[in-house]
Design a protein around this ligand. Structure first.
Ligand code: NAD
Length: 694
């Protein structure tokens, strides 16, 4: 065996050369891997004793993509394209032997090979679109030539991988093999040699793309079918154009077109934001004073207190991850109702074909309902999701303290209450933490973990680990009213209320945000959540919100009553502007002496979003969030901030903090409202010409 580079070995098995990539953990295409493949192929190509080449990988996967640590750095030789040319033009058959995931550049390597074999569990995909890019090493040109234009469009535009069975069916691989993969790859190469099969260069194949040639309607149809999911993103359109080029242009011209489309994406603000976000998400997992090796509680069993809207959803997360969970309610009736909703949710998913009836039963089987508190005694984590009232929370935590085992994590799902005060109801505040789920709790990816003043490192590490285990994106925040997400949302809401009184109707305000990329605007969101919740809270706290209160007084609580800020046709969710509400707004404006005027899109956008940025600055200065990028993760995963705009802090940086600060000062002057006073951190960074992210 010859070591070509630190990560590529060349071995000989009879007259078949085996190039093995060994670059843990995922065999990313680092420069030494590209170099090793390049050099190894030259050696194998010029060795008269070698008749065929197998490319395989050590460890848990085939090449799973580019080396993300090389992103943004100057390119190093050889380029991936140079390696692929060498593979494709090798005069001896080259066979890729695939296990694990062949993703991105990894799949492109296999597409330059003449043959591909894979194990049953292997997966194949081109996920570049998820970073706002397209597969730029021939992937958009070669994939359609093996699987056809339609399948290629679907794979490249979704970025989702396919399994080995499907890959075989669509022609992406030649054979599914089992046993020792390298041996199977060598055996396949020998078969190719024995049968004197031709070198199958994908670049020369035309039969799979022929049916789409001269048929722009195929692409038009596809564009229409993905329009909703891809709204606002730039990469999907370039992916489609690249596949069109594969169908219509000779291979080499297609490759040129792919390069142009790739470069355009690489320089686009959308991809910059998406690549930034990719790292932001990984960064959020790191807690500076809680190292990776901090001991965590092994969660074998969970408990949830309360089977309401949130409790049911939280329990589903555990069942989905295969963790048994006990749900405790006050009364059997509430329990039956709550678990009934859970079952209905699972059955709806099964009806859409995304779960089998057996899966539904298995998951329901993992959820145990009870009214007996003693059932939580063996739970490793207890998550409380009862009514949002401090005396009730404290009573529940005193009970948990008495019953839960000593090392259990005691978590609260409160959205507004002080986690430290809740923790004070126990004799073990170090075990208490906030786990703030978002509604619907079984769907939304964000989990704000709220670190109390006394939460131990192990409690923090456990909450982060369990969040990931149940498929969430946990972000650690500190204790304050509304934590990070809702605290910033509140600022946006205050301006939304002002804007409607000053003359921008609710549908105009909402449209500015949906055009920005949010799935819905503040008023449609309030209608979805239910206006009665806020109304009850305001009444309890003795505060008013003139327009919202009057809407509620008419029994308009949002979508559930068919009307709120908007009206809704029966069974429909599309908000329709309602003159009744517009009259209420005009009346309130008149009573409050507010002059109404037409308000432009730019002003609406700035007035809704700059206050969020400003609050974000305060949150950072108070160390409620660890880093600016954590705030962005919260907004993308919890509130639908468009990922192609990075998140509020990244977005503010891209505008320039000086421009943001100066505009805030202009609004302050215009309105005389201290609301617009820039946060000290925003002011300092703006003066220094810096951004939140450096
Ligand atoms: N609904 C949301 O969008 C949302 C989002 C994030 C956080 N939260 C928080 O989650 C918690 C629960 O909210 P929800 O919307 O699920 O409320 P909910 O009213 O739907 O459910 C609360 C449940 O807790 C039960 N309960 C009350 N006291 C109990 C006790 N002492 N023992 C056992 N069960 C008890 C009630 O019977 C009810 O079924 C609140 O703290 C809320 O602030 C809610």
């Amino acid at each position: 065996m010859t070591k070509i580079t630190q990560s590529v070995d060349l071995d000989r098995r009879g007259h078949v050369a085996v190039l093995t990539v060994n670059n843990p953990p995922v065999n990313a295409l680092s420069s030494h891997v590209r170099q090793g493949l390049h050099e190894g192929l030259i050696q194998a190509g010029s060795d008269a004793a070698v008749q065929a080449v197998v490319i395989a990988c050590a460890g848990r996967t085939f090449i799973a993509g580019a080396d993300i640590t090389e992103f943004g750095k100057p390119p190093t030789e050889p380029s991936l394209n140079a390696v692929l040319d060498l593979i494709e033009n090798c005069p001896k058959p080259v066979v890729a032997a695939i296990h694990g995931t062949a993703l991105g550049g990894g799949l492109e390597v296999t597409l330059a090979c003449h043959y591909r074999v894979g194990v049953k569990g292997a997966r194949f995909g081109l996920p570049e679109v998820k970073l706002g890019l397209l597969p730029g090493a021939g992937g958009t040109q070669r994939l359609p030539r093996v699987v056809g234009a339609q399948k290629a469009l679907q794979m490249i535009v979704s970025g989702d991988p396919i399994g080995a069975d499907e890959a075989l069916k669509v022609g992406l691989i030649d054979e599914i093999v089992d046993g020792d993969l390298t041996a199977a790859g060598v055996a396949f190469a020998e078969k190719v040699l024995a049968e004197k099969r031709p070198l199958k260069k994908i670049r020369d194949l035309t039969d799979k793309i022929a049916p789409a040639k001269g048929k722009p309607e195929i692409f038009a149809e596809f564009r229409k079918s993905v329009a909703r999911q891809t709204r606002g993103f730039r990469a999907p359109e370039n992916c489609i154009k690249a596949v069109e080029a594969a169908v219509e242009l000779p291979f080499d011209q297609g490759i040129k077109r792919e390069r142009e489309l790739f470069t355009e994406l690489m320089n686009s603000p959308e991809s910059k934001a998406q690549r930034y976000f990719f790292f932001a998400e990984r960064e959020a997992a790191k807690i500076p004073d809680v190292p990776n090796n901090t001991p965590v509680v092994d969660i074998k069993k969970a408990a949830v207190i309360g089977a309401g809207t949130m409790g049911g959803g939280i329990a589903m997360n555990f069942a989905n991850a295969g963790i048994p969970v006990t749900v405790v309610e006050m009364a059997q009736e509430a329990l039956d109702r709550g678990l009934g909703v859970v079952r209905k949710n699972y059955e709806a998913t099964a009806a859409r074909g995304r779960l089998t009836p057996a899966d539904v039963e298995k998951r329901m089987g993992l959820i145990q309902g009870t009214t007996d508190w003693k059932a939580i005694a063996d739970a490793d984590i207890v998550i409380e999701a009862v009514f949002e009232e401090m005396p009730i929370k404290k009573e529940v935590f005193a009970k948990l303290d008495a019953i839960a085992k000593p090392d259990a994590v005691l978590a609260t799902n409160t959205s507004t209450l002080d986690v430290d005060e809740i923790a004070s109801a126990t004799k073990r505040p170090e075990s208490v933490i906030g786990t703030h789920f978002f509604s619907p709790a079984n769907v939304m990816r964000l989990l704000e973990n709220v670190r109390g003043a006394k939460s131990s490192k192990s409690t923090v590490a456990t909450a982060m680990a369990v969040g990931r285990r149940i498929g969430k994106v946990p972000v650690l925040v500190g204790v304050c009213y509304g934590f990070v997400g809702n605290r910033m949302l509140h600022q946006r809401g205050l301006q939304a209320e002002k804007l409607i009184l000053e003359g921008a109707p609710p549908h105009q305000v909402d449209k500015v945000l949906t055009d920005f990329g949010f799935p819905m605007g503040p008023f449609a969101m309030s209608d979805l959540a239910g206006l009665d919740v806020g109304w009850r809270i305001r009444k309890g706290r003795g505060v008013t919100s003139a327009v919202a209160d009057r809407i509620c007084e008419l029994g308009r609580f949002g979508q559930k009553t068919g009307a709120g800020y908007f009206r809704y046709e029966k069974g429909e969710r599309a908000p329709i502007p309602d003159p009744v509400v517009e009259q209420i707004i005009a009346d309130v404006a008149k009573e409050q002496g507010i002059a109404r005027r037409q308000i432009g899109v730019e002003e609406i956008q700035q007035r809704l979003l700059y206050p969020m940025v400003n609050e974000g600055a305060k949150i950072l200065e108070e160390k409620i969030a660890i880093r600016a990028s954590d705030i962005d993760v919260i907004w993308v995963y919890g509130y639908g901030w468009p990922i192609y705009r990075g998140g509020p802090m990244f977005w503010a940086d891209s505008i320039g903090l000086k421009a943001v600060r100066d505009q805030m000062l202009a609004y302050k002057k215009q309105s005389g409202d201290d609301f617009w006073t820039p946060a000290p951190l925003l002011d300092r960074l703006a003066e220094a010409g810096k951004g939140f992210l450096g």
